[in-house]
Design a protein around this ligand. Structure first.
Ligand code: ATP
Ligand code: MG
Length: 449
């Protein structure tokens, strides 16, 4: 193998040592560019000037987005840490390798190992290098340990459910919230007997987190009457971008709103969408798997990525948060309104979903919401089932009836329908949806293993 080409963006006194070490005989490496800042480094990477970027951990502007762009340009990233830039934070940025403090031999080895073509470097997988869950949460104000920590001490590996649906307010937010409530066992609802009760007991300690990732019309906070308008998701995304989103930080930004349900509220103004870049939301959702057994994401209605932006620059994408959720999801719930316009949009939406610019591996569960005779004629259930089978090939649509009075009352009270009207047929339908989501995930496990 020839010598490894290195883009060097090391600050301060160490720079001279590093350049001398890499330039020494037998180092196996050559410095092809010395870059003063992240912008210069990104330009050099885009120009194909080097195979490995060697960066100071405290380089201003070195965040997850920047590391992602370097890697997207085919450059492997080796970070030089110190007390200010500890290894855990650097790994969280997504770098390929970290040299914890300057040491010539370690540095040369890391650069050689990171080079493309070398054996894969030991890349620390996010979430595995963090603290123990108990330890991380101990001493946190206002958060009972029993409230967030699993019964055993192994870190949680929760599931992510993305709730998507086309424009026209088909009920994405309602579905996300009620599904999360049902998965978190919030419903004080129907009395269960026998097997159903035993099964409920087995899942009784599950925690759910609902994430508002709708960059067009965030509404979970308003829906629950949360007055504090600090967008939890934007704050968590900011921390993620800087590599500092640990479990306590995520827990702090996602208050408990009742029972075992947490909420990560969305951006208060649609214009703030650039605060939710996909690269950061991806990390938030990954971390959320440790905080909650079920993370349910309320997505925005649009799916397209701006192709010009995709290929020419790495500007944030308006639908990035939604695409990140779809990509992360174990299950994708697709919601449509059960009226003639809504069904048509749902059929097209299912087609759009097949063409999204990110891989979506999660199993799809289709929901028709507000099923009622007044919109589709007598025998509304059969009409909706037939239409979806005929036009979208969906044979197993999940039907949710209409209960305007119940949902209005829940909205007025700022509570979930599960709490407000446990006897509503809509609550029952979302509980059944939760069972279906559980079953879908359970069925997917053997294939994964
Ligand atoms: N099954 C239902 N029965 C009666 N009303 C419902 C039902 N589902 C949702 N609604 C009502 O429909 C309205 C829109 O629902 P929701 O806010 O969940 O839709 P959305 O898809 O999130 O809309 P947006 O595009 O604004 O994000 C709300 O007032 C909600 O209470
Ligand atoms: Mg909504």
């Amino acid at each position: 193998m020839g010598s490894v080409t290195v883009l060097c963006a090391v600050r301060g006194a160490a720079e001279t040592d590093v350049v001398l070490a890499l330039g020494g005989p037998g180092s196996g490496a050559t410095v092809t560019r010395r870059c003063g800042d992240v912008a210069e480094l990104l330009a050099a990477a885009a120009a194909g000037a080097g195979a490995v970027a060697l960066v100071s951990g405290d380089l201003p502007g070195l965040d997850r987005e920047a590391v992602g762009r370097l890697r997207a340009a085919g450059v492997r990233v080796v970070a030089l840490g110190d007390d200010v830039a500890p290894a855990a934070r650097l790994h969280a940025l997504g770098v390929d390798a970290v040299v914890e403090r300057y040491d010539e031999a370690l540095l040369l080895a890391a650069v050689r190992d990171a080079a493309p073509g070398a054996a894969a470097p030991d890349r620390l997988v996010l979430g595995q290098g963090g603290q123990d869950v108990d330890e991380a949460l101990a001493g946190q104000d206002g958060i009972g340990l029993e409230d967030v920590v699993a019964d055993d001490t192994t870190p949680r590996r929760g599931r992510v459910v993305a709730v998507w649906g086309p424009v026209g307010a088909p009920g994405r937010t309602t579905t996300a919230l009620e599904l999360a409530a049902a998965l978190g066992g919030l419903s004080r609802g129907r009395r269960r007997h026998g097997r159903a009760r035993r099964e409920a007991a087995a899942t009784a300690t599950e925690h759910a987190l609902v994430v508002d990732a709708d960059t067009y019309g965030a509404s979970v906070a308003a829906r629950l009457g949360l007055l504090d308008d600090a967008p939890g998701l934007a704050a968590a995304a900011r921390a993620a971008a800087h590599g500092s989103l640990d479990l306590p930080t995520l827990a702090r930004h996602s208050p408990v709103v009742g029972g075992r349900l947490r909420v990560l509220t969305g951006i208060t103004r649609a214009a703030r969408w650039p605060e939710l870049p996909a690269s950061a939301v991806e990390v938030v959702l990954e971390r959320a798997r440790e905080l909650a057994d079920w993370t349910v994401v309320d997505c925005g209605p649009l799916l397209e990525a701006d192709e010009l932006l995709m290929y020419d620059t790495h500007a944030p994408q308006r639908n990035g948060a939604t695409l990140a959720a779809l990509q992360a999801a174990d299950v994708v719930v697709v919601v449509g309104a059960a009226d003639p316009v809504g069904i048509q949009r749902l059929v097209r939406g299912l087609e759009d979903l097949r063409e999204v610019p990110v891989p979506v591996a999660g199993e799809r569960v289709v929901v028709a919401n507000r099923v009622r005779a007044s919109a589709v004629g007598s025998r509304p259930e059969a009409a909706v089932r037939d239409a979806l089978a005929r036009y979208a090939g969906v044979e197993d649509v999940h039907l949710v009836p209409d209960d305007a009075a119940g949902l209005d009352a829940a909205l007025l009270a700022g509570r979930t329908l599960a709490e407000e009207a446990p006897g509503s047929p809509v609550t029952a339908a979302f509980e059944a949806l939760a069972e279906r989501v559980r079953a879908t995930v359970a069925a997917a496990v053997p294939a994964e293993a």
